[in-house]
Design a protein around this ligand. Structure first.
Ligand code: UD1
Length: 429
């Protein structure tokens, strides 16, 4: 099992270029399987989840060709099945987007229940309810094989009982091909929902309102595609590096981002006493000389609220702040698992259900910890950057699912970090 070795005590300084958004890319790749012609996708992050999903597309018969680093051409016209009983489907959450993509395109789909980070229960009932409203029959076997089939699909009005990124994208993916108008009410508004909608519109779809809580999709019988599309920058990767400057007493220019996507974090960092300077496509963060970070409190919420995917990193930042901060995790029931690890390192944190209370200022000490999930793994590395001595982050697989060139980018900023054991590389195909 590979690990990262971090020696604490360096101030991180310099520039870091943010990669394409992993979560947007997962939706866009599935969308490329939903259309009727080839598309070229630029700015794809080179991370395990993306390689896995591209591998699935290829196994299902699509032509997948890397034109350059981060640029892929997908031609779905050769897809010869809507049955995806592949083990790799179970390895990532994003594979569930093929449900919507294939239901709309072929009126049927059969695949395993998707996997992904273990953050507690992650049902897909809202996706299924949406597909049923569009006319699909749903079945699931005991060994978790899902099948959706429809004699006739028809656009419908769908109200999501709970704001769900995945359900919003999945229903949109199906509806672009379904006759009539589909309206998604109480839709999620995350930047990657807008990105998937923009991709689909570029390929010939008619989606309006993405980025608001009401999305209207007029189904089209043919989506010709034959266009090139660039993925938006990764909001969560950007946020992780934005926090590393005030964390380590450094000064980082986070480049190639969309600053408005960062507003919930920017507001929090300013409240904590960090400096945040914004330009057209960059944000610089640092802690003014002679000042100390102050604790703050937040609750995770759907966009434009504070993202749950930045919660573990922000809790780590609170460990070095002055005073006590309260964090409420309102999206996932099991997203505080990593806090045991922070406590092992010396952090003073009490949890009770959805609440964590962090008493900042307790010194952190390097010790072996593990990456419980993707974002928690990044938080462990962050803790290692400010811990005394050496921190070994074990089981780095989840981190490599979502952070492109994590080690190289950190080393370029001056971190003392290296990997032991093999790290992720793009599979040859
Ligand atoms: C996506 C992101 C993930 C992020 C999350 C919230 C991808 C591939 N993953 O996950 O990184 O943490 O958004 O921003 O983009 N829920 C249900 N029933 C459903 C669907 C969701 O009860 O059918 C619940 C979930 O258990 C969770 C909440 O709704 O409590 C939000 O989940 P959702 O927005 O769907 O997250 P994902 O799409 O899984």
């Amino acid at each position: 099992m590979s690990s990262y070795i971090v020696k604490g005590g360096q101030s991180l300084e310099g520039r870091v270029k943010i990669s394409g958004s992993k979560n947007a890319a997962l939706g866009v790749i599935a969308a490329a399987m939903a259309v009727d012609g080839p598309s070229i996708i630029e700015n794809l992050p080179e991370v395990i989840d993306i390689h896995l999903l591209l591998g699935i597309c290829q196994e299902l018969g699509a032509k997948v060709e890397y034109l350059d680093n981060g640029t892929v051409k997908i031609d779905p016209r050769t897809v010869n099945t809507s049955t995806a009983l592949l083990e790799s489907v179970k390895k990532l959450r994003g594979s569930y987007y093929l449900l919507g993509a294939f239901l709309g395109r072929f009126s049927e789909v059969c695949m395993y229940l998707p996997g992904g980070c273990n953050l507690g229960k992650r049902p897909i009932d809202l996706h299924i309810k949406g597909f049923e409203s569009l006319g699909a029959d749903f079945q699931m076997t005991e060994d978790e094989i899902i099948s959706l089939k429809a004699d006739k699909l028809q656009g419908a009005s769908i109200f999501l009982d709970q704001v769900s990124v995945g359900a919003t994208i999945n229903i949109m993916l199906a509806a672009v091909h379904i006759p009539g108008t589909t309206v998604i009410d109480n839709a999620a508004r995350e930047p990657h929902i807008v990105d998937v909608a923009n991709f689909l519109n570029t390929m010939g779809a008619d989606i309006r309102g993405a980025g608001t809580d009401v999305i209207r999709i007029r189904g089209k019988s043919v989506l010709p595609a034959n266009r090139t599309y660039a993925i938006i920058p990764d909001q969560i990767e950007a946020g992780t590096y934005m926090m590393m400057a005030p964390l380590t007493g450094g000064d980082i220019l986070v480049e190639n981002i969309i600053p408005t996507h960062m507003e919930p974090l920017t507001a929090k960092l300013l409240e904590m006493g960090a400096q945040v300077e914004e330009g057209g496509d960059f944000i610089r963060t640092y802690l003014p000389k002679g000042t100390q970070l102050k604790a703050s409190s937040f609750k995770t919420m759907p966009y434009p609220g504070f993202p749950t995917d930045l919660q573990p990193q922000a809790v780590t930042l609170l460990c070095v702040a002055e005073g006590s901060g309260r964090v409420i995790e309102s999206i996932y029931e099991n997203r505080f698992q990593y806090i045991d690890n922070l406590r092992l390192m010396g952090a003073n944190i009490i949890t009770s259900g959805k609440l964590a209370v962090i008493q900042g200022g307790a010194p952190l000490y390097g010790t072996p910890v593990d990456a419980r999930d993707l974002r928690a793994g990044a938080a462990m590395v962050m803790a290692g950057l400010v811990a005394e001595g050496e921190t070994q982050v074990l089981n780095i697989y989840p981190i490599e699912r979502g952070y492109e060139n994590f080690i190289a980018k950190l080393q370029a900023l001056g971190a003392d970090i290296h990997a032991e054991g093999p790290t992720a590389v793009r599979p040859a195909w």
